[in-house]
Write a protein that binds this ligand. Structure first.
Ligand SMILES: [Ca+2]
Length: 402
């Protein structure tokens, strides 16, 4: 999902080569895209509980969660939170229902978590982000209870860069992605929000929703004992982490961090590390624009310029069963409609290649790619939308295969 920087696409960045990661050099990977659903209204994410049901739950930006079951979109939403949302600009909005994660024990406890943009007012406030808990209904597995428990509320100074990714780790903790508060250039405060440990903005948070209500901070979170730091922070220096996921085999956390005007990046996120924004955009000084202090910053494993794409979307390491030769390919995408893969090399660096559809009839690459998803078996999906706006019913879901 874009960041408004498509409005300044024509701005030309200054290329610097000092910290450039391994360049793209792998051959194109030809895939077959199989449409599994269409007619979705601005789908921006997907999740699948590991409950043996093989259902896919698609997030519609306007506040509905729809279930794809046996190849059909069930018309009755699993959950509707439309009335809780802040207003969405019909032409373009980064607000809305943005995240969904099923508890690892969903099959037995029915708990799931969502992230959405709600109204809030006050000086310097555009809206607030809400992380909330729900449960499936006792009588129908395809419908959720409407009872809501608020887990966190995060004040947002601008309308954009809302992150919204929710994922459970193998450690059982809930990871929450938050953008830098928006506007452009991370202009809030003296250092921006990304580098300010005293705000949740520009961070990936990690919380424990398994005991104390509404949540507890894991004792080994990296900043629990530091003054002037939010203890929920797991990693920082992010601009707008739009989709991250764990490699279900190795536990590695891969994140797409959307760039400002020039560089889109993929990071491997580790506890306590600083991913550089707004000091750096990708491997390039951003603020200050030259001679920035790179000490202690973790560089992306891959980046590309706006000559290649517009706005990155983190994807998934393929660990599915249907296409064994896709194993060890980290597949991700760009809002422009491009799809890429990364492969780790013997020297531990990562190289990128493009993923292309082998059958123009079965793909819909005139569409933007809003997000990606992974089902309970590890198969990977593209979440697309043909026309702009949170009310456009031109969304579709495609499975990536060979
Ligand atoms: Ca970075």
């Amino acid at each position: 999902m874009k960041t408004f920087s498509f409005l300044v696409l024509l701005s030309v960045g200054v290329f610097s080569s000092s910290f450039l990661p391994q360049q793209s050099s792998l051959p194109p990977l030809k895939v077959k895209l199989t449409q599994v659903a269409r007619g979705l209204t601005s789908p921006v994410g997907m999740a699948a509980p590991r409950d043996g049901s093989n259902r896919l739950f698609v997030i519609e930006q306007g506040g509905k969660i729809k279930i794809i079951k046996n190849g059909t979109v069930i018309s009755t939403p699993f959950l509707t939170v439309t009335d809780k949302l802040d207003g969405l600009n019909i032409a373009y909005s980064e607000k809305g229902l943005l995240g969904l994660a099923f508890h690892p024990d969903y099959k037995t406890n029915g708990r799931f978590f969502i992230y959405y943009s709600a109204p809030a007012s006050g000086k310097g406030i555009d809206h607030k982000s809400v992380v909330a808990e729900y449960k499936v209904s006792a009588t129908n597995p395809d419908v959720a209870d409407t009872k809501e428990t608020i887990i966190m509320e995060i004040i947002q100074p601008e309308s954009n860069h809302n992150g919204g990714c929710l994922v459970f780790g193998k450690d059982g903790y809930l990871y929450i992605g938050l953008g830098d508060g928006g506007g452009a250039g991370d202009k809030h405060g003296t250092t921006g929000n990304g580098q300010n440990l005293n705000t949740w903005l520009g961070k990936i948070l990690r919380i424990d929703v398994n005991g104390k209500k509404p949540y507890a901070v894991p004792a080994d979170n990296p900043f629990v004992n530091r003054s002037n730091a939010k203890p929920e922070i797991y990693a920082y220096g992010l601009r707008n982490p739009w989709r991250f996921s764990f490699d279900r085999s190795t536990g590695t956390l891969f994140c797409g961090d959307v760039g400002q005007d020039e560089w889109e990046e993929i990071d491997i996120v580790e506890k306590g590390k600083n991913y550089g924004w707004r000091t750096m955009e990708g491997t390039h000084c951003y603020n200050p624009s030259t001679n920035c202090n790179t000490k202690g910053l973790t560089m992306p494993i891959d980046e590309y310029s706006h000559g290649t794409g517009i706005s990155i979307c983190g994807g998934h390491m393929y660990r599915g069963k249907m296409f064994p030769s896709l194993n060890n390919h980290y597949i991700f995408s760009d809002w422009s409609g491009k799809v890429f893969y990364l492969e780790q090399q013997p020297d531990k660096t990562w190289k990128r290649g493009e993923v292309i559809a082998d059958d123009n009839k079965s793909n819909d690459m005139g569409s933007k790619i809003n997000s990606m998803g992974e089902d309970s078996n590890g198969e990977i999906y593209l979440i697309t939308q043909k026309l702009f706006g949170p009310k456009s019913p031109t969304g579709a879901v495609y499975r990536i295969g060979l």
